[in-house]
Design a protein around this ligand. Structure first.
Ligand code: ATP
Length: 416
């Protein structure tokens, strides 16, 4: 088996007795585009600087196709690795076309093209990145985003098999961000590999094959974007409520921050429902600072997807499986601790009738029902309709609108 293009083993880097990176191991294969994500100060830039030999490791090994990085001469390294730093404040007034062309001079002497070919290559790259109009401008006279695109063009011109890019899209608009990442992707398809430190998790999820998640200098997760960008990892690392869901169009994992409710309201509402019946109410309550739990749902149901995406505490059973006693017992603890349990208007069948038993444990029970018509349509058996009728004795029947009105009043009182 061929050695990986890049192999990092037990890498550690200490400064003034502080571990900036610890016990980091991973490998990169040809053709891979791998993102390095993590909060500010996690160690992403430090990792890239070690990989380009800007810093030397305190412990561990870095090798490129089995050759130790430290044993490579500067020209050999430049042939194998290109590097785009996070901040590159241009200090010399070079022309953009010369800066891009500079990339080619890191190649092996026999690979450096003639002046004419180089001019054409620069022009072609500039066109791909919409930089043609800037070719005769000075680097010192560019905007932050324009400078970033020029540095990226220089990296591509270098044609090194391993590209290290530190926040290459940080100053780019969404159009140029997509353009740069698509171009990078295409280069990776030609047996080049890229390791990209990136904060935009949605872009990382769309373009990267794998992600490495760093925190406080440690690798705490690695795998596909779906394996790494999880509700649990995001909540733990970023200390903010975020939604993690699958984008309906791209199918990739998507992260969005949640607008924080002005204050936490001391009210816990448990929602029972299915077929999307709890979603609008759950969103409404969360936005007002109410603690919301949910269940028992079924995996892949839109309610369960919403509860998972927002990090709501909930109980779910596998799709198409009946609700079992174990799930009822777990959800019972939530229902018993909730100030209010709301059963939304949703169809009851053999798979979810356990929710009727669960609702019986509520301290205070509301049963949402839009009109009498829906009442007899929502049960698949007479026994279920009978169980529901019994719950009606215990709870209050009301429409969703009436429920919102009452909750508005209650939240107002509690927040005053
Ligand atoms: N030269 C240095 N000497 C001492 N500490 C440093 C040095 N460079 C960086 N650090 C520290 O190392 C830690 C990791 O920094 P690094 O720049 O690698 O983080 P990062 O993940 O790239 O962060 P960001 O997302 O903010 O760019 C930080 O706590 C930083 O303050």
């Amino acid at each position: 088996m061929n050695a990986p293009l890049l192999s990092v083993q037990k890498l550690g880097f200490y400064r003034q007795d502080r571990a900036l990176l610890r016990d980091l191991s991973f490998a990169l294969e040809p053709g891979e585009l791998v993102g390095v994500i993590g909060p500010n100060g996690a160690g992403k830039s430090t990792l890239l600087k070690l990989l380009v030999d800007y810093h030397q490791p305190t412990e561990g090994h870095i090798s490129l196709s089995d050759t130790p990085l430290a044993s490579l001469s500067h020209p050999e390294r430049a042939r194998r690795i290109s590097y785009m730093a996070q901040h590159s404040a241009p200090s010399l007034p070079f022309l953009v076309r010369d800066v891009i062309a500079l990339g080619a001079h890191s190649r092996q002497a026999s690979q450096i093209p003639s002046a004419q070919v180089l001019r054409n290559d620069v022009a072609e790259l500039a066109e791909q990145l919409e930089l043609t109009h800037l070719l005769d401008r000075k680097l010192t006279e560019l905007s932050g985003g324009e400078n970033q695109l020029v540095q990226f063009a220089r990296i591509l011109m270098q044609q090194a098999p391993l590209m290290l890019l530190d926040e290459p899209t940080a100053s780019l608009d969404i159009g140029h961000e997509a353009q740069l990442m698509n171009l990078l992707r295409r280069h990776c398809e030609h047996q080049h590999s890229a390791l990209v430190a990136i904060h935009n998790l949605n872009i990382a999820a769309v373009f990267c094959d794998r992600l490495l998640l760093l925190d406080k200098g440690r690798l705490i997760a690695s795998g596909t974007p779906e394996q790494v960008i999880t509700q649990a990892n995001m909540a733990q690392l970023y200390q903010q409520q975020v939604t993690v869901s699958q984008h309906p169009v791209t199918g990739t994992v998507t992260v969005l921050p949640v607008k924080q409710a002005p204050i936490a309201v001391p009210l816990h509402v448990h929602l029972i429902g299915g077929a999307g019946s709890t979603v609008a109410l759950a969103r409404w309550l969360l936005q007002r600072g109410v603690t919301v739990s949910g269940g028992i749902g079924h995996e892949q149901d839109s309610d369960t997807d919403f509860w998972t995406a927002t990090g709501m505490r909930h109980i779910a059973v596998p799709a198409f499986a009946p609700i079992d006693q174990d799930a009822i017992d777990q959800a019972q603890a939530m229902v018993e601790s909730a100030d209010l349990t709301i059963v939304c208007d949703f169809p009851i069948g053999a798979m979810n009738e356990g929710n009727l038993i669960l609702a019986g444990h509520a301290k205070l029970l509301w049963l949402l029902q839009e009109d009498a018509e829906t009442a007899h349509q929502r049960f698949y058996s007479e026994a279920q309709a009978k169980d529901f009728a019994q719950l009606q004795q215990q709870g209050v029947r009301l429409t969703a609108l009436a429920a919102i009105e009452q909750l508005t009043g209650r939240i107002g009182e509690l927040s005053a």
